[in-house]
Design a protein around this ligand. Structure first.
Ligand SMILES: *[C@@H]1O[C@H](CO)[C@@H](O)[C@H](O)[C@H]1NC(C)=O
Ligand SMILES: *[C@@H]1O[C@H](CO)[C@@H](O)[C@H](O)[C@H]1NC(C)=O
Ligand SMILES: *[C@@H]1O[C@H](CO)[C@@H](O)[C@H](O)[C@H]1NC(C)=O
Ligand SMILES: *[C@@H]1O[C@H](CO)[C@@H](O)[C@H](O)[C@H]1NC(C)=O
Length: 664
């Protein structure tokens, strides 16, 4: 029924689009194409279909994924990490159930037909500031790298992940000459006093003398041209200002309205080659963007969970219910070595017991296990294959674009068109060949061993090959049908609710159908799960989430301090982001950012409303429970106030102690 609803929406939308005044023919054609082709939608989560986490950058998605979704999911059902980053093209039968990536919604057409989607949204102003700060932080880290720095093979760095793959080099290039110039300014004898703000306190510091003071004497205050005021982290000589960045084309390309574009599947990272042109159409024609915003909204309403970053804990608690879990459900550890097809089933547990099993590691333990050397070789090879696939796809998209343009402006003769068609065909063949080679490499991965985090569950062991996989898939379906006797009923129930609603529009059924999610008992190959495998004893997913989120926050704060230390002037001032500094950003800059994010602002409001509605339903059904609170520690109050940046030593004496003739 929901499909009919969607087609109605699409037809209506197409009719509206036809009336969009001023839209060029090209925009019209792209709109028609989009509405016609991009119609696969998220399905409800039943417990036996894949859950895809559509990760919008800077929404606390990493914490959400690794501290909640992963910990709540049996390791044997998680997709290997490699799936996040390789942009594998066809995952219609991947034998795993929890997948997360920075891809946009265009990837959903390549996931299983019944894939369910969850996501987190954030106020676009916060998201934009966070992206600016993060890109600067990581770019600053690259300044400190030695010239011969080489990335570890098989390791995925932030710089490799979209959109950071563009933003970090962008900021690194911008700041390198500026930082060099600022650090080359010679310091006068006796240095200069600078104003410092740290953890909500202000004082003065002299780098040359290496002294900090609460107050300065008149003499000190006049030294070498006077005190240098606090460095504004959002507007200074070391890096492109927030204002300039907000107006830069790269921000429009990669960040503004990024959540809406990601939901629509038309980001800069889209699998659809015309996404860029289509985005340009949207910004040129407000009625068109209003129309597409409605498409995004109805899409989001179908998601199994929509949360918001500003209410991370409520979102996490609600997501658990939508996944058929509760805060008291089992918590599982286990790194990428334990994902789908690698262990945790009763069959494999028995085999594993016979080996000397000192080599298994948890998340933190790295990948020192057996087979790691060979795994690394395969990992590198897999990455190379995936890169070739990406390049082949780019070439195909370019060829298609050229052909469409040539057909559109009628300037080319038939021979030229024929040549372009030939290029498209050739590019398509190349892409298919590259995909096949990637699949082949994947299939060579042995099934039962740790392969440096790149083992993809699909391959049969040894020469088993496709037959083996097909057999296991059949077996899996059978077993699942048995184990999940209630699923079909549950799905039908959900469909009825939609029908009763009439429109298929308000798909808020997640909350009320949450009790129909059947927690799965088998892995992707049909092996019964060993439910005690990697289970964290005496704990539950709620407790583990709260702990893991606190740890993640601490880790990233200390890393940020170290990274930003590279961004300083020769007089010792440095870029330090903090809540206090954010409050000083001029209103007009905030307004400017807001004005570029009208779609995301509305989408975020919808996210908040959906979260409220679902929590209300979940509470009414007695399923929602607040997450536990961490016991307060002495650090935590300070942590809340804490800014980021290198730490300067505070003045020795108490504030306001008698320091002679004081000023200010
Ligand atoms: C993905 O693979 C399946 C099965 O091999 C095939 O039926 C389907 O058409 C493929 N989808 C895409 C988008 O290539
Ligand atoms: C500056 O002084 C502090 C103690 O007040 C000391 O810990 C630090 O090492 C000194 N730094 C330099 C660069 O001398
Ligand atoms: C994505 O954005 C980057 C940075 O602006 C640009 O260089 C690249 O060409 C874009 N890619 C696509 C497919 O539009
Ligand atoms: C130092 O200056 C602050 C104002 O910035 C003032 O409140 C404080 O009393 C001063 N301390 C002393 C010892 O004069």
């Amino acid at each position: 029924m929901s499909k009919v609803g969607f087609w109605l929406t699409a037809a209506l939308a197409a009719a509206c689009a036809a009336m969009v005044r001023g839209a060029t023919d090209e925009c019209q054609a792209l709109t028609d194409h989009y509405l016609e082709k991009h119609h696969k939608e998220a399905e409800p989560y039943t417990g036996s279909n894949m859950l895809y986490f559509l990760h919008v950058p800077r929404t606390a998605g990493r914490t959400f994924h690794s501290c909640l979704l992963k910990i709540g999911t049996h390791p044997a059902r998680r997709c290997p990490k490699a799936y996040d980053h390789l942009r594998l093209t066809n995952m219609t039968a991947p034998a795993c159930y929890l997948l997360s990536s920075h891809d946009d919604f265009s990837v959903v057409s390549m996931l299983p037909p019944d894939v369910a989607v969850i996501n987190q949204l954030r106020d676009p102003l916060d998201r934009f500031l966070s992206a600016y700060e993060f890109a600067i932080e990581v770019a600053a880290r690259s300044l400190k790298r030695p010239k011969n720095f080489r990335k570890k093979v098989g390791r995925i760095a932030t710089e490799d992940v979209w959109p950071w793959s563009y933003l970090i080099p962008f900021f690194a290039e911008d700041m390198r000459p500026k930082v060099a110039a600022a650090q080359a300014v010679p310091q006068p004898e006796g240095g200069r006093w600078i104003e410092v703000e740290q953890d909500g306190e202000r004082w003065f510091h002299n780098k040359a003398l290496n002294v900090s003071r609460w107050n300065l004497t008149d003499e000190e205050a006049g030294l070498n041209g006077g005190v240098l005021p606090l460095l504004d982290p959002y507007d200074n000589e070391l890096v492109m200002s927030l204002r300039e960045f907000a107006q830069h084309p790269i921000a429009t390309e990669l960040l503004h309205n990024g959540a809406a574009f990601q939901v629509l599947g038309i980001t800069n990272y889209s699998h659809w080659g015309d996404a860029g042109t289509f985005r340009a159409c949207l910004s040129a024609h407000p009625p068109l963007s209003a129309q597409l915003l409605e498409v995004a909204k109805s899409r989001v309403r179908r998601f199994t969970h929509v949360g918001t970053t500003d209410r991370l804990f409520d979102s996490a608690a609600s997501a658990l219910v939508s996944m058929g879990l509760s805060i008291h459900s089992p918590a599982y550890s286990g790194g990428d070595d334990d994902v789908a097809g690698r262990g945790g089933t009763r069959r494999r547990a028995a085999a594993a017991d016979e080996e000397d099993d000192g080599s298994r590691h948890d998340d933190a333990g790295g990948r020192g296990g057996r087979g790691a050397g060979g795994g690394r070789g395969l990992a590198a090879q897999l990455q190379l294959m995936a890169k070739l696939v990406r390049e082949a796809r780019t070439r195909l998209q370019a060829a298609q674009r050229d052909l469409v343009n040539a057909q559109r402006d009628h300037s080319s003769d038939e021979a030229a068109l024929e040549a372009l068609r030939g290029r498209v065909d050739k590019a398509r063949e190349d892409l298919i060949a590259a995909q096949d080679r990637l699949a082949e490499t994947r299939d060579r991965l042995p099934t039962g061993e740790a392969e440096a985090g790149l083992g993809l569950g699909g391959g049969g062991g040894g020469g088993g090959g496709t037959e083996d996989v097909a057999r296991r898939r059949g077996q899996r379906r059978l077993l699942e049908a048995e184990a999940d006797g209630g699923v079909a009923e549950a799905v039908e129930g959900a469909a009825e609710e939609l029908q009763a609603d009439g429109s298929g529009r308000e798909v808020l059924s997640t909350g009320s159908s949450a009790n129909k999610v059947v927690v799965p008992q088998v892995d992707g190959f049909g092996n019964p799960l060993d439910m005690s495998f990697k289970r964290i004893p005496n704990s539950d997913v709620g407790t583990e989430f709260v702990r893991c989120a606190a740890r993640a926050q601490q880790r990233s704060a200390s890393r940020r301090d170290q990274s930003l230390a590279a961004l300083s002037t020769s007089d010792g001032r440095h870029v330090a982001f903090s809540k206090a500094a954010r409050k000083r950003i001029p209103q007009e800059v905030l307004d400017l950012i807001r004005s570029h994010n009208a779609m995301d602002t509305e989408l975020h409001s919808l996210g908040l409303a959906l979260l409220d509605a679902r929590i209300a339903e979940q509470k009414a059904a007695g399923l929602f429970h607040d997450l536990p609170k961490l016991p307060p520690t002495s650090d935590r109050g300070a942590a809340a106030k804490r800014g980021s940046g290198p730490r300067l030593v505070k003045p020795l004496s108490e504030r306001g102690g008698s320091e002679g003739e004081l000023r200010r």
